[in-house]
Unconditional design. Sequence first.
Length: 357
Amino acid sequence: MTLHVRLGVPSARTVLVTGGAGFIGSALVRRLVALGRRVVTLDKLTYAAAPAALAAVAGKANYRFVQGDIADRRLVAELLASEGVDTIVHLAAESHVDRSIDGPGAFVETNIVGTYELLQAARGHWEALDGAARSGFRFHHVSTDEVFGDLDLDAGKFTESSAYRPSSPYSASKAASDHLVRAWHHTYGLPVVVTNCTNNYGPFQAPEKLIPLTILKALRGETLPVYGTGANIRDWLHVDDHAAALQAVFERGRVGETYAIGAREEHSNVAMVARICDLLDERLPGRRPRRDLIRFVEDRPGHDRRYAIDPAKIECELGWAPAVGFAEGLASTVDWYIEHGDRWAAQDWSLERIGRV
């Protein structure tokens, strides 16, 4: 494989990570701080935030946390100026499909209106810069493969040129935010990069998501209700690999380009749940196999059958590839929740909000 890595592009000096107390955001923050980058986290600290995921960086000289809303343009503008931010990585978002079905308004407000306000603050900040500071500024918008909609089981994979066909209020709101970011680039010249990533897994993930929810419910001996037949397929990427990909894109990616991020690890939901049950049985044997806890229930509305990403572009241009093997990553994730799960769930989340996987 030929690598087309851009040389001579200065590394980000001060990175503002919106949604930095979330699952993916906190993984990126931990990585950047450990590498010596100066990082500012802006997070509203809603139900989806997990401050415990940032404990490892609290008090570091190159790290600052600010509680606030991306829709507060004045706050963001003041933060960008006072901190001398030259890179924004925009991860703040409402992101759970089931919640978007129950309450789409919050997704419109955060993912669309919030992104608009953030773009306007970023544009004002960038336009006030000059020279190397202006040319080196980046706005990195982090999105999802769900904006591309339902992928046929016998079709290929999503790429950067796939058509947008969002199926849920969540994916529609993310698609809208993607379009806003690209419009601010084409109309105003704001130097942006966009990434669309597949499903993530790893430590510190909200227990309403499939993998941690399955682990914690199975540990408690609770029923594991699986939507439909469980045949829906997702491509799974470890969150630390996603964080590495994000850094590669905002530091070396081409302005105005989109990069699709995936691991080529497709697994059906029911296969994932069964695999987790088996890993738990190996570690903590019970009186009966935990697979017996699986129950198939009525499917949710508009449930996409398959997502899968072709990451060839980011592999070729930026030299990125997943470093965490799926078997290794899933096993270590199960081990993390065995060790931390009860405290994690009790302090930050409720398993009662979403009971199906």
